[in-house]
Every structure is written in structure tokens, then in C-alpha cells.
Write a protein that binds this ligand. Structure first.
Ligand code: R5P
Length: 292
């Protein structure tokens, strides 16, 4: 097995290679002045399966293109099995046609990855399972809660209340709460499909003297988490932690969270940033052994 370190997931790929005792294929990458991306494999793929680790981190289109380029470059050298591991799958939120005239972008992603020769696809907590329906090859989304629970019990004191910022996040929050034995609940969020504006309403909570961890799959603009954090603070929370799997942190999201009174921002390394405090390497390492 050889692990190929895509430009967006270099550190994660190194960890996976180390944990699995595999060879690491490094990838040279650059961006041309007009924005086009270029990659070159720095050693030969000679020992399949090839585990390509490349998240679709912002800028998503460039990261996706780099992933496609890597798969294609491997295929020039070898017909061995390729497992494309994109810890964050972009476009997964457009998993259906919400409005007339829209495409299903998530399915486009699946189709192109497959058409270039990937034999399997692996991601972490895809926003919705229907996003994977564009793939005909095996495509799997792994739940990260076991590793996240480990982090919470080791790093956060006491028994926090786990809050889902909307109903969509509730199943994840309930999985985490079950492992940790914490209380949990959720807010109700609605988003205007045309303006993107969000509103939060909720049953009445009393968090007086309690720490609250708000857990969501994605932090993008930070709007959802900022609203939920303000809500938790108003309900008396001592400390508010925002915890996400995929930390995209676009624009002034960090300021928004700080201004909302968030004590700590925690993310995994599906998208690598200074907030990547929980590594998904052990989960990926375990899962890819099934493809060997
Ligand atoms: C949407 O349903 C997702 O689960 C997240 O809540 C959303 O993507 C977060 O986006 P933002 O940070 O821009 O509010």
C-alpha cells in the first residue's frame, strides 16, 4: 500500500502513512497566475493499493481538481486499486434540487472521481448520505464521534451539555452524547434559500453554571454557530465551545465566533487549520486496511 499526500491533506496523509507503516508518495503542487492548479507525483506508484488523501478544502474547486489530477497521474503509471480519501467532501450540501433549475452538485463530484479511475471513495461524515449517490463504486462516510469523544473527555473538564445548532445536527449530537453520557438538545434553524439568511428559535433552556459544547458538521461563515453561541450564552452558559468536524472558517467567521462569546473553537483535521485539534488519522488508517 502507498499513501499519496495530496496538497490539502499533507499532514494527515503523513500520519496515516506512519500509522499504517506505508510508503508515502509526496506531491508537488503549484498554482499558475491565472488560478489553474498543477501537480506532479514525486515518486512512482509501484505498490497498490494507492490511498490518495486529498480533502476538498477551500478553495474547493482547486482541491477537487488536484484530487482528479492525482488519480489521473497514478493511472498513467499503474492499473492498481485507487482509494480516493477526501476527509471533507465539498458540495455535499447540494445533495438534491432545492429549487427548479439547480443541478445536484454532490453527484457531479462522485461521477468525475469515478470516471477518472478511482475504485473506492472514503470520506468523513458527509453532510447527507444522499450526496454519495453519484458514485457507482463503493463510497463510504465514516462517523468521527469516537475520536471526538476521546478529545472531549481528555481536554474539557466536567460534563458539558451538547447542543445541536439545528435539527439536522441532532443525530450527530446524540451519537456523541451517548458515548460521553452527556445531556443534549437542539435548536431550530431555518435558512432563506434565496438570501441565505438564517434564523434560530428554540425551546427554553437553562444552562446556568454549565458549559455548553455546540456540535455541527461544518463551520463555514460561522453564522450558524455564532447564533447558537449567543443563544447558549443568553441561556446562562458558563463557557461555550464550538466543535465541528469540517472547519472551513471562511471570511470573518472566527471574529463572528469570538464576538458571540465562544471560549474555544475546536475542529478536526479533515480540513487542516490551526483549529484542527482532533486528528482523523487513526480512523482513516483503520478503515483503509479493509481495501488492502
Ligand atoms: C448546514 O446545514 C450545515 O450543517 C452547517 O450548519 C452549515 O453549513 C454552517 O454554515 P455557516 O457556518 O455558514 O452558518
Amino acid at each position: 500500500m502507498q499513501v499519496v499526500a495530496g496538497p490539502s491533506s499533507r499532514r494527515l496523509a503523513e500520519k496515516v502513512a506512519e500509522l499504517t507503516g506505508s510508503d508515502l508518495i509526496k506531491v508537488f503542487s503549484k498554482t499558475f497566475p491565472d488560478g489553474e492548479v498543477y501537480i506532479r507525483l514525486l515518486s512512482k506508484p509501484i505498490s497498490p493499493p494507492y490511498i490518495v488523501i486529498q480533502s476538498m478544502s477551500p478553495p474547493q474547486d482547486s482541491s477537487l481538481m488536484q484530487l482528479l489530477q492525482i488519480i489521473s497521474a497514478i493511472r498513467f503509471e499503474s492499473m492498481g486499486k485507487i482509494v480516493a480519501v477526501s476527509p471533507y467532501m465539498a458540495y455535499a450540501r447540494q445533495d438534491k434540487r432545492f429549487l427548479e433549475g439547480e443541478p445536484i452538485s454532490a453527484h457531479i463530484v462522485g461521477k468525475v472521481i469515478e470516471s477518472l479511475g478511482a475504485d473506492a471513495f472514503l470520506t468523513i461524515e458527509v453532510h447527507s448520505d444522499s450526496a454519495l449517490k453519484g458514485f457507482q463504486i463503493p463510497a463510504l462516510s465514516i462517523e468521527p464521534e469516537s475520536l471526538i469523544a476521546e478529545y472531549i473527555s481528555e481536554e474539557l473538564s466536567g460534563n458539558p451539555f451538547l447542543l445541536a445548532p439545528d435539527e439536522g445536527a441532532l443525530s450527530r449530537v446524540s451519537r456523541l452524547a451517548t458515548i460521553l453520557g452527556c445531556k443534549y438538545g437542539h435548536l431550530k434553524k431555518s435558512r432563506d434559500r434565496y438570501t441565505g439568511e438564517i434564523h434560530v428559535e428554540s425551546p427554553s433552556y437553562d444552562f446556568e453554571g454549565q458549559d455548553v459544547v455546540i456540535y455541527d458538521d461544518i463551520i463555514s461563515t460561522g453564522g450558524t454557530m455564532a447564533l447558537a453561541s449567543k443563544f447558549a450564552k443568553k441561556a446562562g452558559a458558563s463557557k461555550v465551545y464550538t466543535l465541528c468536524i469540517h472547519g472551513l472558517f471562511v471570511g470573518n467567521s472566527i471574529n463572528k465566533l469570538t464576538e458571540a462569546g465562544v471560549s474555544e473553537i475546536i475542529s478536526t483535521d479533515t480540513v487542516e487549520s490551526i483549529y484542527s485539534k482532533i486528528s482523523m488519522a487513526p480512523l482513516i488508517a483503520e478503515e483503509i486496511t479493509k481495501f488492502v
